[in-house]
Design a protein around this ligand. Structure first.
Ligand code: AMP
Ligand code: MG
Length: 408
């Protein structure tokens, strides 16, 4: 059986990243949030766009104030007032100053700002009690960014900070990758939708909802193909259709060794190449990964709701992010102190779900209460990390260090 890291490497190697030309589209800034840049952005404006004041105070010529101090104050003539948004009309000459406010444009002739706390004002005169350094509290044109230099690189996911940067640089049309299409299908004769009344033996198809949310939160378009019965013909048709319509297919169920587990056989019949059939991981051992000639990447995921999500977090998430063009697609791990004993069988890398919290600068992991059976999805809610017990280890005791994978 493959180790988790071997499986991860195989999967990432199979991913065909979207093409930055063919698979890109131009969107306006208003529609850019959450998208992945397909082309690097280069700005055409310096930032700041002109010299301006970082403080409320007076724009001065520092030469006038070189010997200025509390014991030796200097009085200047206030010839104008410049608020944010004003265009200065007059130059500052020796002995003169301008009242200025934060963000306002620096007038010609001035080369420093004296903060208003170091002054007293009387009519058109201001007395200054401290000598500024040359250029003190002046934000210079291009100090933070010069036009023509790289601003944001391709592969970045646009979030709040990037939206601000793009708006400031007046980059209003952006080339982004199209969102990958991810088909989701649930296999199993026992499954019904949440709206249907349960008959004996039936269970609700929760995976369809879990996986759709997972896909959307990772930037993909979930295509919910619904529940497919365990009849080979129906399954084959549905899988063939999913492969045709999506970049990635996620099917749950039917990949185990039960009598109704047909998925692997169907993938082979449909011309797929099977790269992985199981991984030494708990939960989530039966994991099928296949590829098709049209570049579709297929994940046959165990039906068990906990196994399904853990498999998605551990194996599908990095693949989906890489495929979507993101340059930062690797899963994130932190070292934490466990507040509970973490037990495992020792034969498979074991993932235990719980809460990761930063306490006094150190990460702590609190195991979710209740059963850690892979059939118990209830206590998965509100967890944000998976503690990892490596192969060969049966216990990480309370107070010891553990590696935790972040799930959100
Ligand atoms: P399977 O992998 O098909 O053998 O399913 C394993 C377990 O997961 C069984 O108990 C199924 O009833 C359950 N299961 C399968 N598919 C789903 C689903 N879509 N939603 C919730 N539970 C499921
Ligand atoms: Mg099944």
């Amino acid at each position: 059986m493959l180790s988790v890291t071997e499986a991860e490497a195989i999967i990432l190697n199979l991913v065909q990243v979207l093409d930055s030309e063919k698979d890109s589209e131009v969107v306006s800034l208003d529609d850019a949030d959450g998208r992945v840049l397909a082309k690097s952005v280069v700005g055409k404006l310096d930032f700041p766009h002109w010299d301006n004041s970082a403080m409320d105070g007076y724009a001065v010529r520092y030469e006038d104030l070189q010997n200025c101090s509390a014991d030796n104050p200097v009085t200047l003539e206030v010839i104008t007032e410049i608020a944010a948004g004003d265009r200065p009309q007059t130059d500052i000459k020796p002995g003169q100053t301008a009242r200025i406010f934060t963000g306002a444009m620096l007038p010609a002739g001035a080369n420093a700002i004296v903060i208003q706390e170091n002054t007293t004002r009387e009519g058109d005169l201001v007395t200054i009690f401290a000598a500024p350094h040359p250029q003190e509290f002046v934000r210079h044109k291009g100090a933070f960014y010069q036009a023509g230099k790289p601003l944001l690189e391709a592969g970045i996911v646009i979030g709040a900070a990037e939206m601000a940067v793009l708006a400031t640089a007046q980059c209003t049309q952006l080339s982004v990758y199209r969102r990958p299409r991810v088909a989701i299908l649930s296999t199993g004769d026992e499954l019904v939708t949440p709206e249907q009344t349960l008959q004996p033996g039936q269970i609700v198809d929760s995976n369809q909802y879990a996986l759709a949310s997972f896909v959307a939160s990772n930037g993909g378009i979930p295509l919910k193909l619904g529940i497919i019965s365990d009849r080979p013909e129906a399954l084959k048709n549905a899988i063939a259709q999913a492969i045709e319509s999506a970049d990635i297919v996620l099917s749950t169920g039917g990949v185990s060794v039960g009598d109704y587990d047909y998925v692997d056989r169907i993938l082979a019949e449909l011309g797929g190449t099977l790269h992985i059939r199981s991984v030494a991981v708990k939960p989530g051992k039966p994991l099928t990964v296949a590829t098709f000639d049209n570049n579709c990447l297929y994940f046959g995921i165990p039906g068990n709701p906990v196994s399904a999500l853990v498999s998605c977090w551990r194996f599908v998430q990095p693949a989906l992010r890489k495929l979507s063009g993101q340059n930062n697609y690797q899963p994130r791990f932190v070292k934490a102190i466990t507040r509970y004993d973490l037990k495992a069988g020792g034969k498979r890398e074991t993932y235990l779900w719980g809460k990761l919290q930063l306490v006094d600068g150190e990460y702590e992991f609190t195991l979710a209460g209740g059963s850690h059976s892979s059939g118990n999805l209830i206590n998965l809610a509100q967890t944000n990390g998976l503690a990892i017990v490596p192969v060969g280890q049966k216990l990480i005791a309370e107070g010891e260090e553990v590696r935790v994978m972040l799930t959100s």
